[in-house]
Design a protein around this ligand. Structure first.
Ligand SMILES: [Zn+2]
Length: 138
C-alpha cells in the first residue's frame, strides 16, 4: 500500500509505519516537538529546513472547511444565531486544535516520504524479536 491512512492518523513514520513522529509524552510548551530521526528506521523527520511550511496550508484549508461547513449548516438549516454558531465554531476549533496541528504535519510527511515495505518488515521483525526476548527474560 503506497499510503496508509491509519499510519498517518496515528502519527507514525511514513517509511516504516512503526516509529512515532512526535515526542511523547507531549509537552504543552512545544506540541509539535519531533525527534530528528525515526527511532526504528532512521528516516529523517524534518528532511530540510522549512519542510513543514506546506503543512501549514493543509491545516489552514482543512480547518477552514471543517469549521465553515458545520457553522453554515447551524445557521441556515438549524436557524442558530450567528453568535451561537461562532461560539460553536470556536469550541470546535479549540477541541480539534492539536489533532489538526499534528495531523497536518503527519499528512505532509506522508505525502512526501515513500513507504518502504522491506523496511517495515525489517522493523516489525526486530520489534517482535525484542518482545520475545523480553518475555523469555522474565
Ligand atoms: Zn521509521
Amino acid at each position: 500500500m503506497p499510503f496508509s491512512f491509519k499510519a498517518m492518523w496515528n502519527n507514525k513514520c511514513p517509511r516504516c509505519r512503526q516509529g512515532d513522529l512526535f515526542v511523547s509524552p507531549m509537552r504543552l510548551k512545544n506540541p509539535i516537538d519531533m525527534p530528528e530521526k525515526c527511532a526504528h528506521c532512521g528516516q529523517r523527520l524534518e528532511p530540510e529546513p522549512g519542510f513543514y511550511y506546506g503543512a501549514m496550508f493543509i491545516s489552514y484549508i482543512f480547518s477552514g472547511w471543517f469549521l465553515l461547513i458545520p457553522t453554515l449548516i447551524l445557521v441556515f438549516y438549524f436557524k442558530w444565531s450567528i453568535e451561537a454558531a461562532m461560539a460553536f465554531a470556536i469550541f470546535l476549533g479549540i477541541i480539534t486544535y492539536l489533532k489538526v496541528l499534528r495531523g497536518s504535519r503527519s499528512l505532509w510527511l506522508h505525502l512526501m516520504v515513500k513507504h518502504d515495505p522491506k523496511v517495515q518488515v525489517e522493523v516489525e521483525t526486530k520489534l517482535s524479536e525484542k518482545k520475545n526476548t523480553n518475555w523469555k527474560a522474565r
